[in-house]
Design a protein around this ligand. Sequence first.
Ligand code: SF4
Length: 603
Amino acid sequence: MLHGYGGHILRVDLASGQVRREKTDPDYMLNVIGGRGLNSTRLYDELKRDVDPLSPENLLLIGVGPLTGTLMAASAFMTISGKSPMTGILGDSAAGGHFGAELKQAGYDQLIVSGCSEKPCYLYIADDQVEIRDAAHLWGRDIWQTTAAIRRELNDNAVQVAAIGPAGENLVKYATVACNNSRMCGRTGMGCLFGSKNIKAVAVRGRGRLTVADPPGFLELCRELDQRIMIHPEYDKRNALGSTLLMKALNGIGILPTRHFQQGLCDYVDQVSGETLAREYKVKNRSCFNCNLHCSRYYLTKDVEAEGPEFETLCSYTSRIGSDNLEFGLKMNAFLNRMGLDSLSSGETIGWAMECIEKGLLTKDDFDGLDLSWGNCQAVEQLLNMIIRREGIGDAFAEGTRSLARHFGRGSEEYAFHVKGLDMICGDPRGIKAFGLTYAIASRGGDHLRAEPFFELTERYDEAEKRWGIREIADRLADKGKAVLVEHTERQALLTDCLTLCKNIGLSMDIMDFDFASHLLRAGTGLKFTPEKVDAALKAVIDQDRKMNIDFGVDAAQDTLPKRFTSEPLKEGASKGQVVPVRRMVAEYYKIKGWDEKGVPKG
Ligand code: SF4
Protein backbone atom coordinates (compact mmCIF):
# COMPACT_ATOMS: atom_id res chain seq x y z
CA MET A 1 0.00 0.00 0.00
CA LEU A 2 1.27 3.44 -0.95
CA HIS A 3 1.14 5.81 2.03
CA GLY A 4 1.11 9.60 1.87
CA TYR A 5 0.49 9.71 -1.86
CA GLY A 6 -3.04 9.72 -3.28
CA GLY A 7 -2.23 6.57 -5.22
CA HIS A 8 -3.39 7.53 -8.71
CA ILE A 9 -2.56 9.71 -11.69
CA LEU A 10 -5.65 10.90 -13.56
CA ARG A 11 -5.44 11.42 -17.32
CA VAL A 12 -8.22 13.28 -19.11
CA ASP A 13 -8.19 13.78 -22.87
CA LEU A 14 -10.62 16.54 -23.75
CA ALA A 15 -10.69 15.75 -27.47
CA SER A 16 -11.84 12.15 -27.11
CA GLY A 17 -13.44 12.47 -23.68
CA GLN A 18 -11.34 9.54 -22.50
CA VAL A 19 -10.57 9.32 -18.78
CA ARG A 20 -7.85 7.01 -17.46
CA ARG A 21 -6.68 6.29 -13.93
CA GLU A 22 -3.16 4.97 -13.53
CA LYS A 23 -1.56 3.75 -10.35
CA THR A 24 1.12 6.06 -8.93
CA ASP A 25 4.49 4.39 -9.39
CA PRO A 26 6.53 4.58 -6.13
CA ASP A 27 9.85 4.22 -7.98
CA TYR A 28 8.99 7.18 -10.21
CA MET A 29 7.99 9.25 -7.17
CA LEU A 30 11.29 8.50 -5.41
CA ASN A 31 12.99 10.40 -8.23
CA VAL A 32 10.57 13.32 -8.51
CA ILE A 33 9.01 13.54 -5.00
CA GLY A 34 5.78 15.26 -6.12
CA GLY A 35 4.28 18.66 -6.98
CA ARG A 36 6.52 20.70 -9.28
CA GLY A 37 9.14 17.93 -9.51
CA LEU A 38 6.47 15.51 -10.67
CA ASN A 39 5.00 17.99 -13.17
CA SER A 40 8.37 19.04 -14.58
CA THR A 41 9.46 15.46 -15.11
CA ARG A 42 6.17 14.59 -16.77
CA LEU A 43 6.62 17.50 -19.17
CA TYR A 44 10.22 16.47 -19.79
CA ASP A 45 9.10 12.92 -20.57
CA GLU A 46 5.91 13.55 -22.51
CA LEU A 47 5.71 17.07 -23.97
CA LYS A 48 6.69 17.57 -27.60
CA ARG A 49 9.09 20.49 -27.51
CA ASP A 50 7.85 22.34 -30.59
CA VAL A 51 4.17 22.56 -29.62
CA ASP A 52 2.42 25.89 -29.76
CA PRO A 53 1.51 26.59 -26.09
CA LEU A 54 -2.08 27.33 -27.15
CA SER A 55 -2.48 24.17 -29.24
CA PRO A 56 -4.32 21.04 -28.05
CA GLU A 57 -0.94 19.23 -27.96
CA ASN A 58 0.20 21.27 -24.97
CA LEU A 59 -0.30 19.49 -21.64
CA LEU A 60 -1.94 20.96 -18.57
CA LEU A 61 -0.78 19.33 -15.36
CA ILE A 62 -1.89 19.78 -11.78
CA GLY A 63 0.40 18.15 -9.24
CA VAL A 64 0.25 17.86 -5.46
CA GLY A 65 2.83 16.80 -2.91
CA PRO A 66 3.29 13.45 -1.16
CA LEU A 67 2.18 14.85 2.20
CA THR A 68 -0.49 17.30 1.02
CA GLY A 69 -3.76 16.76 2.84
CA THR A 70 -2.08 15.20 5.87
CA LEU A 71 -1.33 16.76 9.24
CA MET A 72 1.80 18.40 7.88
CA ALA A 73 1.28 22.14 8.22
CA ALA A 74 1.03 24.45 5.20
CA SER A 75 1.49 21.65 2.66
CA ALA A 76 -1.80 22.26 0.85
CA PHE A 77 -0.44 23.90 -2.26
CA MET A 78 -0.91 22.63 -5.79
CA THR A 79 1.17 23.38 -8.88
CA ILE A 80 -0.16 23.89 -12.40
CA SER A 81 2.39 23.34 -15.19
CA GLY A 82 2.61 23.36 -18.97
CA LYS A 83 4.46 25.12 -21.75
CA SER A 84 3.81 28.76 -20.92
CA PRO A 85 1.62 30.80 -23.29
CA MET A 86 3.27 33.88 -21.79
CA THR A 87 6.93 32.97 -22.32
CA GLY A 88 7.02 29.91 -24.59
CA ILE A 89 9.26 28.12 -22.10
CA LEU A 90 8.59 26.04 -18.97
CA GLY A 91 5.58 27.46 -17.17
CA ASP A 92 4.18 26.73 -13.76
CA SER A 93 2.48 28.42 -10.89
CA ALA A 94 1.47 27.30 -7.41
CA ALA A 95 -1.38 28.30 -5.12
CA GLY A 96 -2.56 27.47 -1.64
CA GLY A 97 -6.10 27.31 -0.36
CA HIS A 98 -7.86 23.98 -0.11
CA PHE A 99 -7.86 22.61 -3.66
CA GLY A 100 -4.59 20.64 -3.35
CA ALA A 101 -5.70 18.80 -0.22
CA GLU A 102 -9.07 17.99 -1.78
CA LEU A 103 -7.50 16.56 -4.96
CA LYS A 104 -5.30 14.39 -2.81
CA GLN A 105 -8.21 13.19 -0.70
CA ALA A 106 -9.95 12.26 -3.94
CA GLY A 107 -7.02 9.90 -4.49
CA TYR A 108 -4.87 11.76 -7.02
CA ASP A 109 -1.26 12.89 -7.10
CA GLN A 110 -1.50 14.45 -10.51
CA LEU A 111 -4.07 15.42 -13.10
CA ILE A 112 -2.88 15.37 -16.73
CA VAL A 113 -5.14 17.12 -19.22
CA SER A 114 -4.49 16.79 -22.95
CA GLY A 115 -6.38 17.87 -26.06
CA CYS A 116 -8.95 20.60 -26.32
CA SER A 117 -12.66 20.52 -25.67
CA GLU A 118 -14.89 21.58 -28.56
CA LYS A 119 -17.12 23.53 -26.21
CA PRO A 120 -16.55 25.22 -22.84
CA CYS A 121 -16.41 22.59 -20.14
CA TYR A 122 -15.44 21.99 -16.56
CA LEU A 123 -14.04 18.89 -14.97
CA TYR A 124 -15.78 17.44 -11.97
CA ILE A 125 -13.75 14.95 -9.97
CA ALA A 126 -15.37 13.23 -7.00
CA ASP A 127 -13.14 10.34 -5.97
CA ASP A 128 -13.51 7.71 -8.75
CA GLN A 129 -16.22 9.65 -10.54
CA VAL A 130 -14.81 11.93 -13.24
CA GLU A 131 -17.02 13.97 -15.57
CA ILE A 132 -16.39 16.47 -18.33
CA ARG A 133 -19.37 18.81 -17.85
CA ASP A 134 -20.81 21.52 -20.02
CA ALA A 135 -19.76 25.04 -18.98
CA ALA A 136 -21.53 27.14 -21.62
CA HIS A 137 -23.58 28.79 -18.86
CA LEU A 138 -20.39 29.70 -16.95
CA TRP A 139 -18.47 31.23 -19.86
CA GLY A 140 -18.20 34.98 -19.39
CA ARG A 141 -18.69 34.81 -15.65
CA ASP A 142 -16.02 35.97 -13.24
CA ILE A 143 -14.18 33.62 -10.88
CA TRP A 144 -16.30 34.29 -7.82
CA GLN A 145 -19.53 33.81 -9.77
CA THR A 146 -18.16 30.63 -11.36
CA THR A 147 -17.09 29.12 -8.07
CA ALA A 148 -20.46 29.88 -6.48
CA ALA A 149 -22.40 28.56 -9.51
CA ILE A 150 -20.49 25.26 -9.58
CA ARG A 151 -21.00 24.73 -5.86
CA ARG A 152 -24.69 25.48 -6.30
CA GLU A 153 -25.21 23.10 -9.19
CA LEU A 154 -23.28 20.32 -7.46
CA ASN A 155 -25.21 21.09 -4.31
CA ASP A 156 -21.97 20.90 -2.38
CA ASN A 157 -20.40 23.88 -0.65
CA ALA A 158 -17.30 21.89 0.20
CA VAL A 159 -16.35 21.22 -3.41
CA GLN A 160 -13.04 22.95 -4.20
CA VAL A 161 -12.85 24.89 -7.42
CA ALA A 162 -9.88 26.07 -9.49
CA ALA A 163 -11.35 28.45 -12.05
CA ILE A 164 -10.51 31.06 -14.65
CA GLY A 165 -12.22 34.36 -15.31
CA PRO A 166 -12.87 36.32 -18.51
CA ALA A 167 -9.12 37.03 -18.91
CA GLY A 168 -8.41 33.31 -19.28
CA GLU A 169 -11.32 32.83 -21.65
CA ASN A 170 -10.02 35.67 -23.82
CA LEU A 171 -6.54 34.14 -23.83
CA VAL A 172 -4.82 37.03 -22.11
CA LYS A 173 -1.29 35.65 -21.92
CA TYR A 174 -0.94 36.32 -18.20
CA ALA A 175 -4.34 35.09 -17.09
CA THR A 176 -4.51 33.31 -13.73
CA VAL A 177 -6.26 30.32 -12.18
CA ALA A 178 -7.84 30.90 -8.77
CA CYS A 179 -8.34 28.34 -6.00
CA ASN A 180 -10.87 29.31 -3.34
CA ASN A 181 -11.63 32.52 -5.24
CA SER A 182 -8.46 34.29 -4.22
CA ARG A 183 -5.48 31.93 -3.96
CA MET A 184 -3.87 32.60 -7.32
CA CYS A 185 -1.75 30.55 -9.67
CA GLY A 186 -0.62 33.89 -11.00
CA ARG A 187 2.48 33.53 -13.09
CA THR A 188 3.27 32.29 -16.60
CA GLY A 189 -0.31 32.32 -17.89
CA MET A 190 -1.73 29.06 -16.65
CA GLY A 191 -5.22 30.65 -16.88
CA CYS A 192 -4.58 31.23 -20.58
CA LEU A 193 -3.67 27.55 -20.89
CA PHE A 194 -7.02 26.62 -19.27
CA GLY A 195 -8.78 28.97 -21.72
CA SER A 196 -6.99 27.49 -24.74
CA LYS A 197 -8.39 24.09 -23.81
CA ASN A 198 -11.86 25.52 -23.21
CA ILE A 199 -11.73 24.54 -19.54
CA LYS A 200 -13.49 26.98 -17.28
CA ALA A 201 -12.73 25.15 -14.05
CA VAL A 202 -11.73 21.98 -12.27
CA ALA A 203 -14.01 21.12 -9.36
CA VAL A 204 -12.92 18.44 -6.94
CA ARG A 205 -14.36 16.62 -3.97
CA GLY A 206 -12.41 14.00 -2.05
CA ARG A 207 -13.90 11.69 0.51
CA GLY A 208 -10.97 9.30 0.72
CA ARG A 209 -8.73 8.59 3.67
CA LEU A 210 -5.03 9.33 3.54
CA THR A 211 -2.69 7.11 5.51
CA VAL A 212 0.89 7.62 6.58
CA ALA A 213 3.51 4.88 6.97
CA ASP A 214 4.59 5.64 10.53
CA PRO A 215 1.79 7.51 12.33
CA PRO A 216 3.58 8.16 15.67
CA GLY A 217 6.83 9.18 13.97
CA PHE A 218 5.00 11.37 11.46
CA LEU A 219 2.95 13.03 14.20
CA GLU A 220 6.11 13.83 16.11
CA LEU A 221 7.69 15.42 13.04
CA CYS A 222 4.55 17.44 12.28
CA ARG A 223 4.61 18.74 15.85
CA GLU A 224 8.21 19.76 15.37
CA LEU A 225 7.29 21.60 12.17
CA ASP A 226 4.46 23.36 14.02
CA GLN A 227 6.95 24.36 16.71
CA ARG A 228 9.45 25.67 14.17
CA ILE A 229 6.69 27.86 12.73
CA MET A 230 5.27 29.06 16.05
CA ILE A 231 8.59 30.04 17.66
CA HIS A 232 9.97 31.70 14.53
CA PRO A 233 11.04 35.28 15.33
CA GLU A 234 8.94 36.62 12.43
CA TYR A 235 5.77 34.72 13.39
CA ASP A 236 3.82 37.65 14.85
CA LYS A 237 4.64 40.06 12.05
CA ARG A 238 3.89 37.54 9.31
CA ASN A 239 0.66 36.59 11.04
CA ALA A 240 -0.42 40.22 11.28
CA LEU A 241 0.68 41.49 7.87
CA GLY A 242 1.49 38.54 5.63
CA SER A 243 3.80 39.42 2.76
CA THR A 244 2.62 43.06 2.82
CA LEU A 245 5.22 43.60 5.55
CA LEU A 246 7.63 43.92 2.62
CA MET A 247 6.31 47.35 1.61
CA LYS A 248 8.08 49.07 4.48
CA ALA A 249 10.90 46.55 4.76
CA LEU A 250 11.99 46.98 1.12
CA ASN A 251 11.52 50.74 1.28
CA GLY A 252 13.78 50.78 4.33
CA ILE A 253 16.64 49.37 2.29
CA GLY A 254 15.87 51.49 -0.76
CA ILE A 255 14.59 48.81 -3.13
CA LEU A 256 10.81 49.27 -3.21
CA PRO A 257 9.88 49.64 -6.90
CA THR A 258 8.56 53.16 -7.25
CA ARG A 259 7.51 54.75 -10.54
CA HIS A 260 8.56 51.66 -12.44
CA PHE A 261 11.90 51.11 -10.68
CA GLN A 262 13.05 54.68 -11.29
CA GLN A 263 13.32 54.98 -7.50
CA GLY A 264 13.78 52.50 -4.69
CA LEU A 265 12.39 54.88 -2.10
CA CYS A 266 8.72 55.72 -1.92
CA ASP A 267 8.09 58.88 0.09
CA TYR A 268 4.43 57.99 0.69
CA VAL A 269 5.06 54.38 1.76
CA ASP A 270 3.17 54.89 5.04
CA GLN A 271 0.00 55.59 3.05
CA VAL A 272 0.20 52.28 1.18
CA SER A 273 1.94 49.99 3.68
CA GLY A 274 0.83 46.63 5.04
CA GLU A 275 0.57 48.27 8.47
CA THR A 276 -1.94 50.85 7.21
CA LEU A 277 -3.89 48.18 5.40
CA ALA A 278 -4.10 46.10 8.60
CA ARG A 279 -5.06 49.08 10.74
CA GLU A 280 -7.65 50.63 8.44
CA TYR A 281 -9.17 47.78 6.45
CA LYS A 282 -8.35 44.32 7.80
CA VAL A 283 -11.33 42.46 9.23
CA LYS A 284 -9.79 39.11 10.10
CA ASN A 285 -7.05 36.62 9.27
CA ARG A 286 -7.57 33.89 6.68
CA SER A 287 -5.66 30.68 6.16
CA CYS A 288 -4.97 27.89 3.72
CA PHE A 289 -5.76 24.28 4.64
CA ASN A 290 -3.99 23.24 7.85
CA CYS A 291 -1.67 26.21 8.31
CA ASN A 292 -0.87 27.63 11.72
CA LEU A 293 0.56 30.90 10.43
CA HIS A 294 -2.68 32.03 8.71
CA CYS A 295 -0.96 34.97 7.07
CA SER A 296 -3.76 35.90 4.72
CA ARG A 297 -6.15 38.74 5.48
CA TYR A 298 -9.75 39.58 4.72
CA TYR A 299 -10.44 43.28 4.23
CA LEU A 300 -13.29 45.65 3.70
CA THR A 301 -13.26 49.08 2.03
CA LYS A 302 -16.12 51.34 0.97
CA ASP A 303 -15.97 49.68 -2.49
CA VAL A 304 -15.00 46.05 -2.01
CA GLU A 305 -14.41 43.16 0.35
CA ALA A 306 -11.89 40.48 -0.52
CA GLU A 307 -8.95 38.38 0.62
CA GLY A 308 -5.34 39.54 0.29
CA PRO A 309 -3.55 41.28 -1.23
CA GLU A 310 -0.07 39.79 -1.35
CA PHE A 311 2.85 42.21 -1.41
CA GLU A 312 3.37 41.85 -5.18
CA THR A 313 -0.17 43.02 -5.93
CA LEU A 314 -0.08 45.81 -3.38
CA CYS A 315 3.21 47.17 -4.73
CA SER A 316 2.21 46.67 -8.40
CA TYR A 317 -0.91 48.78 -7.91
CA THR A 318 0.54 51.47 -5.67
CA SER A 319 4.21 52.52 -5.72
CA ARG A 320 5.22 50.67 -8.92
CA ILE A 321 2.72 52.72 -10.93
CA GLY A 322 3.24 55.89 -8.90
CA SER A 323 -0.06 55.73 -6.99
CA ASP A 324 -0.53 56.62 -3.32
CA ASN A 325 -4.11 55.39 -3.31
CA LEU A 326 -4.32 52.33 -1.07
CA GLU A 327 -8.07 51.90 -1.53
CA PHE A 328 -7.51 51.75 -5.28
CA GLY A 329 -4.87 49.03 -4.78
CA LEU A 330 -7.34 47.04 -2.69
CA LYS A 331 -10.07 47.52 -5.26
CA MET A 332 -7.77 46.29 -8.03
CA ASN A 333 -6.76 43.25 -5.98
CA ALA A 334 -10.40 42.18 -5.78
CA PHE A 335 -11.03 43.05 -9.43
CA LEU A 336 -8.02 41.12 -10.74
CA ASN A 337 -8.92 38.14 -8.58
CA ARG A 338 -12.43 38.10 -10.02
CA MET A 339 -11.30 38.57 -13.62
CA GLY A 340 -8.32 36.21 -13.36
CA LEU A 341 -5.47 38.50 -14.35
CA ASP A 342 -1.94 38.44 -12.95
CA SER A 343 -1.24 41.60 -10.97
CA LEU A 344 2.51 41.51 -11.57
CA SER A 345 2.46 41.21 -15.34
CA SER A 346 -0.45 43.59 -15.76
CA GLY A 347 1.25 46.05 -13.38
CA GLU A 348 4.47 45.87 -15.38
CA THR A 349 2.72 46.61 -18.69
CA ILE A 350 1.15 49.69 -17.07
CA GLY A 351 4.40 50.84 -15.42
CA TRP A 352 6.20 50.41 -18.74
CA ALA A 353 3.57 52.53 -20.55
CA MET A 354 3.74 55.26 -17.89
CA GLU A 355 7.51 55.48 -18.08
CA CYS A 356 7.48 55.50 -21.90
CA ILE A 357 5.05 58.41 -21.84
CA GLU A 358 7.10 60.29 -19.26
CA LYS A 359 10.23 59.82 -21.37
CA GLY A 360 8.41 60.98 -24.49
CA LEU A 361 8.99 57.69 -26.33
CA LEU A 362 5.25 57.13 -26.73
CA THR A 363 2.22 59.37 -26.40
CA LYS A 364 -1.40 59.27 -25.31
CA ASP A 365 -2.36 58.63 -28.92
CA ASP A 366 -0.47 55.33 -28.85
CA PHE A 367 -2.79 54.19 -26.06
CA ASP A 368 -6.22 54.98 -27.50
CA GLY A 369 -6.13 58.40 -25.83
CA LEU A 370 -5.75 57.02 -22.29
CA ASP A 371 -3.88 59.38 -20.00
CA LEU A 372 -1.39 56.94 -18.52
CA SER A 373 0.41 59.41 -16.31
CA TRP A 374 1.76 58.25 -12.95
CA GLY A 375 -0.94 57.22 -10.53
CA ASN A 376 -3.90 57.92 -12.82
CA CYS A 377 -6.19 55.28 -11.30
CA GLN A 378 -9.12 55.94 -13.57
CA ALA A 379 -7.06 55.33 -16.71
CA VAL A 380 -5.51 52.20 -15.16
CA GLU A 381 -8.94 50.75 -14.42
CA GLN A 382 -10.12 51.54 -17.93
CA LEU A 383 -7.04 49.92 -19.46
CA LEU A 384 -7.42 46.77 -17.35
CA ASN A 385 -10.99 46.36 -18.59
CA MET A 386 -9.70 46.69 -22.17
CA ILE A 387 -6.92 44.13 -21.54
CA ILE A 388 -9.32 41.58 -20.08
CA ARG A 389 -11.62 41.90 -23.09
CA ARG A 390 -8.78 42.45 -25.59
CA GLU A 391 -10.48 45.62 -26.74
CA GLY A 392 -8.55 48.31 -28.68
CA ILE A 393 -5.06 48.81 -27.33
CA GLY A 394 -5.87 46.25 -24.61
CA ASP A 395 -5.26 43.55 -27.22
CA ALA A 396 -1.55 44.45 -27.47
CA PHE A 397 -1.27 44.78 -23.67
CA ALA A 398 -2.80 41.31 -23.29
CA GLU A 399 0.30 39.81 -24.92
CA GLY A 400 2.62 40.90 -22.07
CA THR A 401 5.34 43.54 -21.79
CA ARG A 402 7.96 41.84 -23.99
CA SER A 403 5.62 41.57 -26.92
CA LEU A 404 4.03 44.97 -26.24
CA ALA A 405 7.38 46.77 -26.34
CA ARG A 406 8.36 44.95 -29.53
CA HIS A 407 5.05 46.03 -31.04
CA PHE A 408 5.76 49.71 -30.34
CA GLY A 409 9.56 49.78 -30.64
CA ARG A 410 10.90 53.38 -30.62
CA GLY A 411 13.31 52.56 -27.81
CA SER A 412 10.57 51.33 -25.49
CA GLU A 413 12.07 47.81 -25.31
CA GLU A 414 14.73 49.08 -22.90
CA TYR A 415 12.00 49.76 -20.33
CA ALA A 416 10.21 46.42 -20.60
CA PHE A 417 11.33 44.78 -17.38
CA HIS A 418 11.11 41.06 -17.99
CA VAL A 419 13.45 38.10 -18.09
CA LYS A 420 12.73 35.49 -20.76
CA GLY A 421 9.32 37.09 -21.27
CA LEU A 422 8.19 36.94 -17.63
CA ASP A 423 7.81 40.32 -15.97
CA MET A 424 10.06 41.04 -13.04
CA ILE A 425 8.72 40.93 -9.52
CA CYS A 426 8.58 43.80 -7.04
CA GLY A 427 12.03 43.87 -5.50
CA ASP A 428 14.75 46.00 -7.06
CA PRO A 429 17.66 43.58 -7.49
CA ARG A 430 20.29 46.32 -7.30
CA GLY A 431 20.14 46.19 -3.49
CA ILE A 432 19.69 42.42 -3.18
CA LYS A 433 22.29 40.79 -5.38
CA ALA A 434 21.37 37.15 -4.85
CA PHE A 435 17.79 37.97 -5.85
CA GLY A 436 19.22 39.60 -8.99
CA LEU A 437 20.97 36.37 -9.87
CA THR A 438 17.77 34.45 -9.14
CA TYR A 439 15.72 36.56 -11.56
CA ALA A 440 18.39 36.05 -14.23
CA ILE A 441 18.56 32.25 -14.01
CA ALA A 442 15.06 31.25 -12.83
CA SER A 443 13.69 28.55 -15.11
CA ARG A 444 10.34 30.28 -15.55
CA GLY A 445 11.73 33.80 -16.15
CA GLY A 446 11.98 36.98 -14.03
CA ASP A 447 11.01 35.44 -10.77
CA HIS A 448 12.11 35.25 -7.13
CA LEU A 449 10.29 32.10 -6.08
CA ARG A 450 12.74 29.77 -7.80
CA ALA A 451 15.30 30.50 -5.06
CA GLU A 452 14.17 33.33 -2.76
CA PRO A 453 17.61 33.76 -1.13
CA PHE A 454 16.40 35.74 1.87
CA PHE A 455 19.47 34.77 3.86
CA GLU A 456 21.39 37.59 2.17
CA LEU A 457 19.24 40.06 4.11
CA THR A 458 20.00 38.62 7.52
CA GLU A 459 23.48 40.02 8.31
CA ARG A 460 24.08 36.73 10.16
CA TYR A 461 27.76 36.64 9.15
CA ASP A 462 28.91 33.91 11.55
CA GLU A 463 26.12 31.62 10.41
CA ALA A 464 27.00 32.32 6.77
CA GLU A 465 30.57 31.31 7.47
CA LYS A 466 29.45 28.16 9.25
CA ARG A 467 26.97 27.09 6.58
CA TRP A 468 28.83 28.04 3.42
CA GLY A 469 32.27 29.29 4.47
CA ILE A 470 31.61 32.76 3.00
CA ARG A 471 30.76 35.63 5.35
CA GLU A 472 29.64 37.97 2.54
CA ILE A 473 26.66 35.74 1.84
CA ALA A 474 24.88 37.55 4.70
CA ASP A 475 25.54 40.96 3.10
CA ARG A 476 22.82 41.88 0.61
CA LEU A 477 25.07 44.32 -1.26
CA ALA A 478 27.94 41.89 -1.82
CA ASP A 479 27.98 39.70 -4.91
CA LYS A 480 30.65 37.36 -3.53
CA GLY A 481 29.27 33.93 -2.68
CA LYS A 482 25.77 34.70 -3.93
CA ALA A 483 25.96 31.99 -6.59
CA VAL A 484 26.62 29.51 -3.78
CA LEU A 485 23.59 30.79 -1.86
CA VAL A 486 21.31 30.74 -4.91
CA GLU A 487 22.38 27.23 -5.87
CA HIS A 488 21.45 26.15 -2.32
CA THR A 489 18.14 27.97 -2.04
CA GLU A 490 17.17 26.93 -5.57
CA ARG A 491 17.15 23.34 -4.34
CA GLN A 492 15.36 24.38 -1.15
CA ALA A 493 12.73 26.19 -3.27
CA LEU A 494 12.21 23.14 -5.44
CA LEU A 495 11.96 20.99 -2.31
CA THR A 496 9.11 23.14 -0.98
CA ASP A 497 7.41 22.98 -4.38
CA CYS A 498 7.80 19.19 -4.52
CA LEU A 499 6.27 18.93 -1.05
CA THR A 500 3.72 21.56 -2.19
CA LEU A 501 4.61 23.34 1.01
CA CYS A 502 3.97 27.08 1.26
CA LYS A 503 7.10 29.06 0.32
CA ASN A 504 6.52 31.48 3.20
CA ILE A 505 7.19 28.61 5.56
CA GLY A 506 9.58 26.37 3.65
CA LEU A 507 11.75 29.05 2.14
CA SER A 508 11.30 32.63 3.38
CA MET A 509 11.28 31.51 7.00
CA ASP A 510 14.03 28.96 6.18
CA ILE A 511 12.20 26.25 8.11
CA MET A 512 12.54 23.26 5.79
CA ASP A 513 15.93 21.63 5.28
CA PHE A 514 16.88 18.50 3.35
CA ASP A 515 17.35 16.30 6.45
CA PHE A 516 14.06 17.26 8.05
CA ALA A 517 12.23 16.84 4.74
CA SER A 518 13.62 13.35 4.21
CA HIS A 519 12.49 12.33 7.73
CA LEU A 520 9.00 13.63 6.99
CA LEU A 521 8.94 11.91 3.61
CA ARG A 522 10.07 8.57 5.06
CA ALA A 523 7.60 8.66 7.93
CA GLY A 524 4.81 9.82 5.65
CA THR A 525 5.29 7.62 2.61
CA GLY A 526 7.38 4.70 3.85
CA LEU A 527 9.59 5.09 0.75
CA LYS A 528 13.35 5.15 1.11
CA PHE A 529 13.84 8.90 0.96
CA THR A 530 17.26 9.83 2.38
CA PRO A 531 18.81 13.31 2.38
CA GLU A 532 21.10 12.13 -0.45
CA LYS A 533 18.20 10.68 -2.44
CA VAL A 534 16.15 13.85 -2.00
CA ASP A 535 19.07 16.05 -3.01
CA ALA A 536 19.84 13.92 -6.08
CA ALA A 537 16.19 14.16 -7.16
CA LEU A 538 16.22 17.94 -6.79
CA LYS A 539 19.44 18.34 -8.76
CA ALA A 540 18.14 16.09 -11.52
CA VAL A 541 14.89 18.06 -11.85
CA ILE A 542 16.78 21.39 -12.05
CA ASP A 543 19.07 20.02 -14.78
CA GLN A 544 16.10 18.56 -16.60
CA ASP A 545 14.24 21.90 -16.51
CA ARG A 546 17.30 23.59 -17.97
CA LYS A 547 17.58 21.05 -20.77
CA MET A 548 13.90 21.43 -21.57
CA ASN A 549 14.23 25.24 -21.65
CA ILE A 550 17.24 24.94 -23.98
CA ASP A 551 15.02 22.84 -26.26
CA PHE A 552 12.48 25.69 -26.07
CA GLY A 553 15.17 28.15 -27.24
CA VAL A 554 16.68 29.50 -24.00
CA ASP A 555 20.40 30.30 -24.15
CA ALA A 556 23.03 31.92 -21.92
CA ALA A 557 22.37 35.38 -23.39
CA GLN A 558 18.88 35.27 -21.86
CA ASP A 559 20.24 34.60 -18.35
CA THR A 560 20.46 38.30 -17.66
CA LEU A 561 18.60 41.33 -16.33
CA PRO A 562 17.17 44.41 -18.03
CA LYS A 563 19.79 47.12 -18.57
CA ARG A 564 18.56 49.42 -15.81
CA PHE A 565 19.57 46.91 -13.15
CA THR A 566 23.03 46.21 -14.51
CA SER A 567 24.14 49.70 -15.47
CA GLU A 568 22.00 52.41 -13.87
CA PRO A 569 22.94 52.81 -10.19
CA LEU A 570 20.20 53.52 -7.66
CA LYS A 571 20.26 57.22 -6.88
CA GLU A 572 19.30 57.37 -3.22
CA GLY A 573 18.63 55.43 -0.04
CA ALA A 574 20.37 52.49 1.59
CA SER A 575 21.22 50.87 -1.76
CA LYS A 576 22.52 54.03 -3.42
CA GLY A 577 25.14 53.46 -6.13
CA GLN A 578 24.36 49.76 -6.57
CA VAL A 579 23.97 47.72 -9.76
CA VAL A 580 24.03 43.93 -10.32
CA PRO A 581 27.20 42.46 -11.90
CA VAL A 582 25.01 39.84 -13.47
CA ARG A 583 27.38 38.30 -16.04
CA ARG A 584 30.02 37.48 -13.43
CA MET A 585 27.44 36.03 -11.06
CA VAL A 586 25.78 33.91 -13.74
CA ALA A 587 29.17 32.50 -14.84
CA GLU A 588 29.93 31.53 -11.24
CA TYR A 589 26.50 29.95 -10.90
CA TYR A 590 27.04 27.80 -14.04
CA LYS A 591 30.36 26.60 -12.61
CA ILE A 592 28.78 25.57 -9.30
CA LYS A 593 26.02 23.73 -11.16
CA GLY A 594 28.60 21.85 -13.22
CA TRP A 595 27.12 23.36 -16.41
CA ASP A 596 29.36 24.50 -19.27
CA GLU A 597 30.04 28.18 -20.00
CA LYS A 598 26.92 28.33 -22.16
CA GLY A 599 24.79 27.12 -19.28
CA VAL A 600 24.28 23.63 -20.71
CA PRO A 601 24.12 20.79 -18.17
CA LYS A 602 26.61 18.01 -18.83
CA GLY A 603 25.36 14.55 -19.67
S1 SF4 B 1 1.58 30.95 5.40
FE1 SF4 B 1 -0.15 32.03 4.44
S2 SF4 B 1 -0.05 31.48 2.24
FE2 SF4 B 1 1.24 30.02 3.38
S3 SF4 B 1 -0.09 28.27 3.79
FE3 SF4 B 1 -0.21 29.63 5.57
S4 SF4 B 1 -1.97 30.96 5.19
FE4 SF4 B 1 -1.42 29.99 3.22
